[in-house]
Ligand binder design. Structure first.
Ligand code: UDX
Ligand code: UDX
Ligand code: ADP
Length: 472
């Protein structure tokens, strides 16, 4: 008989923890779900009466939160209390790439995970199931186990000690479609070695996920599957992006090529959209992680193979920016470039690793003036992203980059427009009006292949489309 879970705690109220727990609470009204975070501002935003102010923007999330919040979904900064109460604790804190020391720029920084483990060990007075939700390098469960079992007031294994079961339950939701993905996941993956603990978590998901879609494996397979899934998806994007450059040279259209190969059922149509480069908190980090692990086992060919996916992505961002400079008569110094989009993909306010950041940085090095419009990303976030790169001082970033909340203002008197995110609204703009506002010749660099090429050409734009080339 597996233990019936009545209280869940989730440490980390971010892009993964927030939406995932909101949906668990929505689908399991008999379970009390408390999401805790040390970031008071974030928790206050999750509790805001105004659902438009939730810290994570995801279509449909406001409805889910409205339904469950205050009923069986709670957001709090009282971490110890929530740990103490819960039978099951999800760890969903951030695991950024290390920026210092051993494994710098490659390995995942596990310090936040370790802090959580120590806190759980200190607070827990009864048995807990601890679930890894964050993306973690393979064998993190082992580290967690070791901390949980050897620290705390009544170490596990000792007489009277508490028992910790560790499960790996990677999240596969994609931002922008998080609620949809959580409601109808392709699969839920649970790795563990204690069948009772596994069953307890299966029972939570079984509230709404069909049994056939809940896969169970050992911990290591589960951890490695998460990295592998992201590596394969990113590899598809880099593969089509590599072809996008060849298409531009040969006169093929990458979108036609993608359609032609995507109909092969062995290849499939998804993740074949050429772009200015993939971003997001997972792809780069997870591949770097894979590369680091492979290297640490001396598997250099394996490491080099996957590293190439990142190198291709860096090249794609760079060549997009390069092409803007070349096309604008080899200089963008003092020229106004309007950025449409800053988020790493549409329907999210997340900007982590967004291609826009790197394209902007490159153009700023060429002394361009950039005006950004994104429907969901704040000015504060855009400056924070640029400052984080440390390429120039904060004052300079604010001098060279302006953020506006109106696309027509962004394009007014611009030399060029660069489309960095595939927001739907970009297609619906009054492009005649934009053409009239811009300096001539009016250049558009569509890094997402979303605009109507023929229509724009007819207005008089000089247009470049990723994977198609210039067709002004
Ligand atoms: C391939 C293409 O599939 C086909 O569409 C094209 O027209 C010609 O090239 P073919 O080479 O006949 O066809 O066989 P395929 O089934 O693709 O296998 C190619 C090789 O890959 C074989 O050696 C096969 O054993 C190997 N393979 C295939 C794997 O090792 N693992 C797999 O998952 C699939
Ligand atoms: C990804 C995985 O899809 C998800 O399963 C995992 O849980 C987290 O990482 P996410 O990063 O949120 O999700 O979004 P995703 O849709 O995968 O897009 C990642 C990046 O690739 C975006 O920048 C997107 O624009 C880009 N992309 C995606 C392309 O450029 N072309 C494509 O065809 C698909
Ligand atoms: P993800 O995309 O993985 O959800 P985020 O950065 O959006 O990543 O969210 C992670 C959250 O975890 C942040 O809000 C951060 O404040 C929180 N966090 C990190 N460490 C701890 C900790 N020790 N206790 C509680 N919350 C934490």
């Amino acid at each position: 008989m597996s233990k019936k879970i009545t209280k869940i705690c989730c440490i980390g109220a971010g892009y993964v923890g927030g939406p995932t727990m909101a949906v668990i609470a929505q689908k399991c009204p008999d379970v009390k779900v408390t999401v805790v975070d040390i970031n008071e501002k974030r928790i206050a935003a999750w509790n805001d009466e105004d659902l438009g102010k939730l810290p994570v923007y995801e279509p449909g999330l406001d409805k889910v939160v409205e339904e469950a919040r205050g009923r069986n979904l709670f957001f709090s900064t009282e971490v110890d209390k929530a740990i103490d109460e819960a039978e099951m604790i999800f760890i969903s804190v951030n695991t950024p790439t290390k920026t210092y020391g051993k494994g710098k720029g490659m390995a995942a920084d596990l310090k936040f995970i370790e802090l959580c483990a120590r806190q759980i060990a200190r607070v827990a007075k009864d048995d807990k199931i601890v679930v890894e939700k964050s993306t973690l390098p393979v064998r993190t469960a082992q580290a967690l186990k070791s901390i949980l079992h050897n620290t705390g007031s009544s170490p596990a294994g000792k007489e009277g000690g508490v028992q910790f079961d560790i499960l790996s339950n990677p999240e596969f939701l994609a931002e922008g479609t998080a609620v949809e993905d959580l409601h109808a996941p392709d699969r839920v993956l649970i790795g563990g070695d204690n069948p009772e603990a596994i069953q307890a978590l299966v029972d939570v998901y079984a509230h709404w996920v069909p049994a056939a879609n809940i896969l169970t494996t050992n911990v290591w397979s589960s951890e490695l599957s998460k990295l592998t899934a992201n590596a394969f998806l990113a590899q598809r994007v880099s593969s089509i992006n590599a072809l996008s450059e060849l298409c531009e040279k040969t006169g093929a259209d990458v979108n036609e090529v993608a359609r032609a190969i995507g109909t092969d059922s062995r290849i499939g149509p998804k993740f074949l959209k050429a772009s200015v480069g993939f971003g997001g908190s997972c792809f780069q980090k997870d591949i770097l992680n894979l590369v680091y692990i492979a290297k640490s086992y001396g598997l250099h060919e394996v490491a080099d193979y996957w590293e190439q996916v990142i190198l291709m992505n860096d090249h794609q961002k760079r060549r997009f920016a390069d092409n803007i400079v070349t096309t604008l008569y080899n200089t963008v110094s003092g020229k106004k470039i309007a950025f449409l989009g800053w988020a790493f993909k549409k329907d999210t306010n997340d900007t982590r690793e967004s291609a826009a950041i790197h394209v902007a940085d490159y153009l700023l090095n060429e002394q361009a003036e950039i005006v950004v419009y994104d429907p969901k990303v704040t000015e504060e976030q855009i400056y924070a992203d640029l400052d984080y790169l440390n390429t120039r001082d904060e004052k300079e970033n604010r001098k060279l980059v302006t953020v506006v909340n109106d696309p027509y203002k962004a394009t007014d008197e611009a030399h060029a427009i660069a489309v960095l995110t595939e927001w739907d609204e970009f297609r619906a703009y009054d492009w005649q009006r934009i053409y009239d506002l811009m300096l001539k010749p009016s250049f558009v660099f569509d890094g997402r292949a979303v605009l109507d090429r023929e229509k724009l050409k007819n207005f008089g734009f000089e247009i470049y489309i990723i994977g198609v080339g210039s067709c002004g």
